[in-house]
Design a protein around this ligand. Structure first.
Ligand SMILES: [Zn+2]
Ligand SMILES: [Zn+2]
Length: 188
């Protein structure tokens, strides 16, 4: 069965080199739906608590929210960084608190201090799905990701087979010692 959660991401981007309006910098509220598939944990009668999927996903995905997402070869990138540098906000600002841990994958690098994500490929809805799956595939048994942004939408199905033991009392993933980080239950 599946547990399904949805997150909103507000971001700015452009399709560098694309022949259309999207070659200009613009913004979206994107809606990301993550479907997690597993057996139903009998103790709690659920696959996985949806708020926990959201928490796990948000920890990395908050780097995309209120962020600028640019392709690595986009000349806007050095231009924007120059302005941030001159303004003294490139390495952070007291008001920039919604930061996830910096990450670097094959497809994207996050710079949380200046709310920037640099991507290898153009950030289409398809591109976003590839990046998100790559970031979360080892943490969640993702069966499907759907991303909609404006009139654009895409979805992809996956088969992820992580062995994730869940707490029979609150449903969340047990840590590497078989202990529930939330309620302290220990796997026998
Ligand atoms: Zn767009
Ligand atoms: Zn628990």
């Amino acid at each position: 069965m599946r547990s399904i959660t949805t997150l909103d991401l507000q971001y700015a981007h452009r399709f560098y080199g694309f022949k259309g309006e999207a070659q200009y910098l613009h913004g979206h509220t994107g809606v990301l739906t993550i479907e997690v598939e597993d057996s139903v944990e009998p103790g709690v009668n659920m696959v996985f608590p949806c708020n926990e999927i959201q928490k796990t996903a948000w920890e990395v995905l908050k780097n995309f929210d209120h962020a600028l997402i640019l392709r690595e070869d986009d000349p806007l990138l050095p231009a924007v960084l120059k302005v941030y540098e001159e303004q003294g906000i490139r390495d952070g600002a007291p008001q920039n608190q919604m930061k996830g841990p910096a990450f670097k994958t094959e497809l994207a690098t996050a710079y949380p201090e200046c709310r920037l994500v640099v991507t290898k490929e153009t950030l289409t809805v398809e591109g976003m799905i590839k990046i998100v799956y790559d970031l979360l595939k080892d943490k969640l048994n993702i069966a499907k990701i759907t991303f909609t942004s404006g009139v654009n939408a895409a979805s992809a199905d996956f088969s992820t087979h992580n062995q994730i033991d869940r707490c029979p009392l609150c449903g969340i993933a047990l840590n590497e010692h078989g202990v529930c980080p939330k309620c302290g239950y220990k796997k026998q």
